[in-house]
Design a protein around this ligand. Structure first.
Ligand SMILES: [Fe+2]
Ligand SMILES: [Fe+2]
Length: 359
């Protein structure tokens, strides 16, 4: 399904008139189990909706364990597009929600331990009202020297095969980009809501399917010779990457964490421009056509604007209206930084060793 191809950029004839087909947008089958709980879910969810009498616990933890993290990822996916062959009614089955809650309690505790261990920069908040300093605090957090950088590696010396692996890692989030943060829209009010909608409108291509950032990432995948179908690579993606997707799902599904979801989005917008520019440079170095780079080039421009909106209108607007959410906002921002760093390290270590970073 295509629409006419306009030129993008100075004199460029870019093939970006691509939207994903209905089959590519449709949900996929449940993933291969990675342990006791994910096997139990694969077995149960394929059948009729019913009460789960004695669900097993996961073999490991809900943040970075392969079994627990995959189980939680699957339970969250029921709130997005679901899985082929899984009845829609499972989404609100109380016994499944109880299981999800147990995993989330573990996830939340693990997140707070990760944040404490990550020792993230952020000076003690001053006593002034939070709306006056929250933007600077977020800037301090994202500007602090970070760990190893996937984008820098790919721009400077990474192979095209490594870039394709990177795209597979990111596909779970980018092919539903903006969806987790949209849960905050009905939960915010006033200036913060308006700022969030301003960002989200861009993320959804101002209502043009071809321009939705989700679509643009599909175009990148296709140009790289990868399958742009929603969730196509779930079986290949390790828990550390799944955690980066489940985090905004967790925050988005709990109104109590609307502050953290705003903090998460703010960090995403504020850490985008340089890496997106580096990814685009990597693709140019490998001779990929402009269509492959459009997702990244679009973000360089859009997020140069979004980063200011996120810090000074969205985050500041929220804590001006609801100062009690300040700590939660910072929790979401720190969690985003910690999980991105945790996901990047094993990817770079695998490449350094000449191995694949995928399962
Ligand atoms: Fe985007
Ligand atoms: Fe953005």
């Amino acid at each position: 399904m295509t629409t006419p191809e306009p030129a993008v950029g100075p004199g460029a004839a870019v093939t970006y008139g691509c939207v994903l087909s209905p089959a590519e947008l449709a949900p996929r089958a449940l993933p291969q189990p990675r342990g006791t709980l994910s096997a139990f879910l694969a077995d149960m969810l394929g059948g009729p909706v019913r009460t789960l009498e004695h669900p097993p616990g996961p073999d490991d933890d809900a943040l970075f364990g392969e079994d627990g993290a995959l189980a939680l990822y699957c339970l969250y996916e029921l709130h997005y597009r679901g899985f082929a062959g899984v009845a829609d009614g499972w989404e609100w089955e109380p016994s499944l929600l109880r299981l999800r809650r147990d995993l989330e309690d573990d996830l939340d505790a693990r997140l707070r331990r990760e944040i404490a261990a990550a020792d993230l920069a952020m000076t003690a908040p001053p006593r002034r009202e939070p709306a006056a300093w929250i933007g600077d605090a977020l800037r301090e957090l994202v500007d602090a020297p970070g760990g190893p950088s996937v984008s820098r590696h790919l721009a400077e010396r990474g192979s095209l095969e490594e870039f394709r692996e990177f795209a597979i890692h990111r596909s779970l989030l980018q092919l539903k980009e903006a969806d987790p943060h949209s849960w905050a829209i009905p939960r915010l009010r006033g200036a913060a809501k308006a700022a969030l909608v301003e960002i989200q409108a861009d993320e959804y291509g101002d209502g043009v399917q071809r321009d939705m950032h989700q679509t643009l990432f599909g175009l990148t995948m296709r140009t790289l010779g990868l399958d742009p179908s929603y969730g196509a690579y779930l079986d290949r993606v390790p828990a550390a990457t799944l955690a980066t997707v489940s985090l905004p799902s967790y925050l988005g599904l709990h109104r109590a964490h609307r502050g953290a979801l705003v903090g998460h989005l703010a960090v995403f917008e504020m850490t985008s421009v340089a890496p997106m520019s580096a990814y685009s440079a990597a693709l140019r170095r490998h001779g990929l056509p402009p269509a492959a780079r459009l997702f990244f080039d679009t973000h360089v421009v859009a997020d140069a604007h979004h980063q200011g909106v996120a810090a000074d209108s969205l985050a500041a607007g929220l804590v001006r209206d609801e100062p009690a959410l300040t700590d939660d906002l910072l929790f979401g921002a720190r969690a985003a930084m910690a999980l991105e760093d945790h996901a990047a390290r094993p990817i770079l270590a695998a490449w350094e060793a000449g191995d694949s970073s995928l399962r």
